[in-house]
Design a binder for this molecule. Structure first.
Ligand SMILES: Nc1ncnc2c1ncn2[C@@H]1O[C@H](COP(=O)(O)OP(=O)(O)OP(=O)(O)O)[C@@H](O)[C@H]1O
Ligand SMILES: [Mg+2]
Length: 639
């Protein structure tokens, strides 16, 4: 039971701790997880803004260079003079210096005058080109991203066609397509009108940089935004430019270390960015790693979506961050649980220790060591309980001692009575025969004596006193009689009624009221009816004798609380018994009555009978007010 209480305490503590720990861990890790991922998404959104700015800056640089070049005098001078060789030479060196992929000059109708990359091809019209047609009709300098078809690229040179051409690499989750390669190119172009001294349009100069396989922009994004930081040997941040859904410039690497151009975006991103024109931010599996990725559309000069700008941060870093945060959280929760467990078992111990002491003390008391005391160490409810236990032990000890004393007295009393009984029986036996002889001879002598004989009176006295002695001797023998009562089932109420009907008519009871409260449900008990009647007679007669003049005798019967006895209670309003006599009234020959009226054998005989019935007799008295005798007789006789 001790172990059970401790187990109960500790397990309930543990259950509470476990539930709290579990809930806290689940909620905590979830919050940490989503928090970290959300942070990563915010970061990648900002990174995409930076990437867009870098892309725009690149375009602006191109635009500025073209504007400045277009303003140079040698161009309009040569144009006015139709000096093509100077133009070819000068513009060619500018193209190389500025590392333009193309630098082309047209006349004011859009017809190509000089293709610096491939001077051999000229005279074709570019008036249908979106950029050129816009330049012919405006005074502005324009920069834009455009898709250049293969035949236009070819005019600039076969190497450019080769640079632009990218084979499709089968990509899981990409939108299915029948095409196997991309032959057109995506170009960042800028152009400016060339005006004469009079302001008339002389022609158009435009430059372009092919983005396909040109990694300048994406690497710049990687270097500026991510400082080329690596995580576990992989670039933490990557950027990509898509032509349509095809990766044409990227620093996402394949496992062999080459750039992963030729792969395509997933259909999901395709729909969101290329079709709906909306940004897409989420985790994405790119080539061979998971990234927190952001995509947004790239638009051409006519504001049509022609490609995608992408940045992504390696998810692994954030997952690791989340895992280590989770592990830390778990560690803290676990440590908390251990601490709580230690505290709870300490608490359980501090509660159980005094209880254990109390249990030990109870065993001590049960074994009779009522002097044992428990010491309360703290001031709490258990200390109060301990105090109560100690008090209980004290009162138990007190009661025990009183009981011992009482039992001792009872034993001594019954021993004394037994000795007295033996003595009385011996004396009675010895006296009985001589008494019989005295009686017999005195009667014989009386019969033979003349009726006028003066000695007759004396002899009659002898006979009367001898008869009185004979009666005393018979009572003595009754008291000391060793023979067991002749028990049978009998109704105590019935015996009482019989006794009262015999006694009530006597002169002694003239002024005495007898009240009876006899239980109607009194069970029959095993007893010797005539002996019990003798007891009742003795007690009622004593009561009547104790009442001087008017008084009451109340008689009640009931079943005792234990259910094993019947109780007959006699209460009178007589003189009562002084305290010092209470112990003696059952002694044979103890009487307070004058000689001749009482022999002091009534209660002694009654005591003997009750003892042989395995019953008890109890007396309570209030001197001057009255006396109560309670007789208890067992329901089942063991006799
Ligand atoms: N109801 C009582 N009220 C007061 N004293 C009592 C009562 N019953 C008994 N006693 C006292 O107890 C004594 C002993 O009683 P017990 O019946 O043994 O003897 P007795 O009445 O004196 O004589 P006996 O009954 O032999 O004629 C009585 O003398 C009396 O002093
Ligand atoms: Mg009497």
């Amino acid at each position: 039971m001790k172990a059970l209480l401790k187990t109960k305490l500790v397990t309930s503590f543990l259950a509470v701790i476990l539930i709290c720990g579990l809930v806290a861990t689940l909620v905590g890790t979830r919050l940490i997880g989503t928090g970290i991922i959300r942070q990563a998404q915010d970061k990648v959104r900002n990174d995409l803004n930076s990437a867009r700015e870098i892309y725009r800056q690149e375009s602006e640089d191109l635009k500025d260079t073209v504007r400045l070049t277009a303003l140079r005098f040698f161009i309009k001078d040569a144009l006015l003079k139709n000096d093509m060789s100077t133009l070819t030479e000068e513009l060619g060196s500018i193209r190389k210096a500025e590392s333009f992929d193309i630098l082309t000059l047209t006349d004011n109708n859009g017809r190509v005058l000089i293709r610096t990359r491939n001077p051999s091809i000229s005279g074709d019209s570019q008036a249908d080109d979106d950029l050129v047609s816009r330049l012919l009709s405006t005074v502005e300098v324009i920069a834009a991203t455009v898709i250049v078809p293969e035949e236009e690229l070819r005019k600039e040179g076969a190497d450019l066609v080769e640079q632009a051409c990218i084979e499709f690499i089968p990509t899981p989750k990409a939108k299915p397509t029948l095409e196997i390669r991309q032959t057109s190119g995506m170009m960042m172009k800028a152009g400016a009108p060339i005006r004469g001294y009079d302001g008339s349009l002389l022609g158009v100069l435009y430059a372009g940089k092919l983005i396909n396989r040109n990694y300048k922009i994406v690497d710049k994004v990687k270097d500026t935004v991510y400082q080329a930081v690596k995580y576990k040997g992989k670039d933490i941040g990557t950027a990509t430019i898509f032509q349509g859904d095809l990766r044409i410039s990227t620093n996402v690497m394949r496992e062999d270390g080459t750039r992963a151009i030729g792969t395509r975006v997933s259909e999901e991103v395709y729909e969101q960015v290329l079709v709906k024109g909306l940004p897409w931010i989420d985790r994405a599996f790119v080539v061979n790693n998971w990234y927190i990725a952001a995509y947004e559309p790239i638009r051409d000069i006519k504001d049509e979506i022609v490609g995608i700008l992408y940045v992504g941060i390696l998810e692994e870093k954030f997952i690791d961050m989340r895992n280590s945060a989770t592990a830390m959280f778990l560690g803290i929760a676990f440590a908390g649980m251990i601490i709580a467990l230690i505290v709870s078992s300490f608490l359980a111990k501090s509660v159980l220790q005094p209880i254990k002491q109390l249990i030990f003390a109870s065993h001590q008391w049960a074994d009779g060591n009522l002097d044992f005391r428990v010491e309360a160490t703290q001031k709490d409810e258990i200390a109060e309980l301990t105090e109560t236990f100690n008090l209980m032990a004290s009162s138990l000890k007190e009661r025990d001692e009183r009981l011992k004393e009482y039992t001792q007295q009872q034993i001594m009393k019954s021993e004394r009575l037994a000795t007295l009984g033996q003595l009385a029986a011996g004396v009675a036996h010895e006296i009985n025969n001589p008494l019989g002889a005295i009686l017999m001879y005195s009667h014989l002598s009386l019969e033979e004596m003349e009726s006028e004989d003066p000695r007759r009176k004396n002899l009659e006295k002898v006979a009367a006193e001898a008869t009185r002695c004979k009666n005393i001797v018979r009572s003595l023998l009754d008291f000391a009689r060793q023979s067991e009562p002749n028990v049978e089932e009998a109704d105590a109420n019935e015996i009482l009624r019989r006794t009262l009907s015999l006694l009530q008519n006597q002169a002694q009871f003239q002024n005495i009221t007898i009240l009876t409260t006899l239980s109607t449900s009194l069970p029959k008990a095993m007893m010797d009816s005539s002996q019990v009647q003798q007891i009742f007679t003795n007690i009622i007669l004593n009561a009547a004798e104790a009442i001087d003049g008017q008084g009451e005798v109340t008689i009640a019967t009931r079943t005792a609380e234990s259910g094993e006895f019947i109780e007959i209670e006699f209460t009178d309003t007589g003189c009562g018994i002084p305290q010092e006599n209470l112990d003696k009234i059952f002694d044979p020959f103890f009487t307070t009555k004058e000689v001749g009226r009482g022999t002091g054998l009534g209660l002694a005989v009654s005591y003997g009978i009750i003892a042989r019935h395995r019953g008890t007799i109890e007396v309570k008295s209030n001197p001057g007010k009255g006396t109560t005798f309670i007789v208890r007789l067992p329901l089942k006789s063991e006799v």
